[in-house]
Design a binder for this molecule. Structure first.
Ligand code: NAD
Length: 478
């Protein structure tokens, strides 16, 4: 990929392009080169965007299922036409390797396709009123109705696909949206607003505001005319948002420190390769990144050797290079934090098997063993390219240690014994378990979300539509 021209954009409110008096410069995290400039919206823009979304609500809820599906497919088709440009912007704003940015852009198509498909299926059900004697002589159906204005607040790590996981289902269900992307990664969302305009999305149905989380994000969360807030980001901010959002519906997709268990009968070659891919994709800045691996002690040495070899084969470099596997974190501050966590683990007896060196915002993928359970790496979310491998004797012990975390998003287990796999799957406290794969695996149409401090509610268009609609009962006497 060649270097980007400076990308400048405006906010999109009520179908108009709106500037602000102040602006933020977007930088390539790898070396801090400026790559874009966006408005730093204030709380007045939040009021305008919510008012525009409110005005558009009546028109959106009048659209038929098939009309909303067609609308989303027009967005899908235009994104497909411009896919290379979307990939280039994701790469520039996040600093993720260009090949990974391309994968995210492709996945946006799959998310939009699923949202369009599910738009056709929005429906209620027949209620058997004569279930009880008091219902005799009555019939009833439920219908699903849009909630109204939905505030969407999204993180930096998959800036476009995680936005579409909210925007797609919200529009599919007949809602309107005010979207606030992460302040470090507003460029692909700004480009999406142009696609929304070109696709003919009704004015005010999709509104984009860029700026700070603690200013416009907080104002959006607290706004009285926002019916529902859907947030993806850290548990810390999720907690603040929930506290500010009053009686609104809220869904929260938060962090994790994902565990994977490797049983002695597992295919070790596959388990090791998938562990490395699952730990280091996007430099570990994935909410379901593999962070803690529990490997049965009889196969631990062989597994660690395989993980080491696969890690050292990764190519570290500039995100614009096609050959780069690993590039920077989102900024130098985050890289320094991860470096400190590695140092803490080592100072308390952990051993670096490979990696861990930092150059500006980039950290060489790091494999650790012997890390005490009380270290940050063991018990908090690392959100960086570091994985800790622990030995266990009995499966029960591994499950107990996998569960010894405040989080619960996804987990994985490698074993050829399906009985053991299913028993473990039922006992691990998470929203999704991958048997014979890493927790980092996700398809965009599947139900996705966490338990405990990993959040509440589910995404995946079919399931997000359930969250983003209200059931209405219509009952009649016959
Ligand atoms: P973050 O919580 O710092 O920010 C997320 C969004 O919230 C951004 O748009 C930010 O501007 C906004 N924000 C910040 N302070 C706010 C406030 N006071 N009020 C309202 N909005 C505010 O998260 P991040 O650093 O962008 O992303 C990393 C985190 O996201 C990790 O914890 C990761 O696990 C999580 N994540 C979860 C999922 C999931 O599906 N569960 C997916 C991706 C990322």
């Amino acid at each position: 990929m060649t270097a980007n021209a400076m990308e400048t954009s405006l906010n999109y409110i009520g179908g108009e392009w709106v500037d602000a008096t102040e602006h933020d410069v977007v930088r390539l995290p790898y070396d801090d080169t400026p790559v874009g400039r966006v408005p730093r919206a204030g709380t007045g823009a939040v009021d305008q965007a919510v008012a525009a979304a409110r005005r558009a609500s009546a028109a959106m809820r009048e659209l038929a299922n098939c009309e909303r599906a067609d609308l989303l497919m027009r967005v899908h088709d235009l994104m497909q036409r411009d896919l290379a440009e979307f990939g280039r912007l994701i790469c520039a704003e996040t600093g993720k390797p260009v090949k990974e940015a391309g994968i995210e852009a492709e996945r946006c198509l799959s998310t939009l396709f699923a949202a369009a498909h599910e738009a056709r299926q929005v429906r209620g059900e027949v209620v058997p009123m004569d279930f009880a004697a008091m219902g005799k002589g009555r019939m009833a159906v439920t219908v699903r109705e849009p909630v109204g204005v939905i505030g969407c607040i999204t993180p930096f790590n998959f800036p476009l696909n995680l936005g579409l996981h909210k925007i797609g289902p919200a529009l599919a269900a007949g809602n309107t949206v005010v979207h606030k992307p992460a302040s470090k990664t507003p460029l692909s969302a700004s480009r999406l607003a142009r696609t929304m305009e070109e696709a003919g999305v009704p004015k005010g149905a999709y509104n984009l505001i860029t700026g700070g989380g603690s200013t416009i994000g907080a104002a959006l969360a607290a706004h009285a005319d926002v019916a529902m807030l859907t947030f993806t980001g850290s548990a810390e901010v999720g907690r603040t948002i929930k506290a500010r959002s009053g009686l609104k519906k809220v869904t929260l997709e938060l962090g994790n420190n994902s565990a994977v268990i490797v049983e002695p009968d597992a295919d070790l070659a596959t388990a090791a390769v998938r562990t490395v891919q699952g730990a280091f994709a996007n430099s570990g800045q994935v909410c379901i990144s593999v962070q803690r691996v529990f490997v049965q002690e009889r196969v631990a040495d062989e597994f660690i050797d395989r993980v080491k070899a696969a890690t050292e084969a990764l190519r570290i470099g500039h995100p614009y290079e096609d050959s780069t596997d690993i590039s920077s974190l989102i900024d130098e501050t985050e890289a320094v934090r991860v470096e400190n966590w590695i140092a803490e683990a080592v100072s308390r007896g952990g051993v670096v098997v490979t990696g861990g060196r930092r150059s500006f915002a980039t950290i060489a993928p790091c494999v650790l063993t012997g890390v005490p359970d009380s270290c940050d790496i063991s018990c908090r979310e690392a959100f960086g390219p570091v994985v800790a491998i622990y030995r266990y004797r009995e499966l029960d012990e591994a499950i107990q240690r996998a569960n010894a975390t405040p989080y619960g998003l996804q987990a994985g287990i490698f074993t050829n014994d399906l009985g053991r796999a299913f028993r473990a799957a039922r006992r691990i406290e998470v929203g999704g378990v991958m048997i014979n794969d890493v927790p980092a695996w996700r398809a965009d149409h599947m139900p996705y979300g966490g338990v405990k401090e990993s959040g509440m509610g589910r995404e995946g268009p079919k399931f997000a539509i359930e969250e983003m609609t209200e059931l209405k009962l219509i009952c009649w006497k016959v």
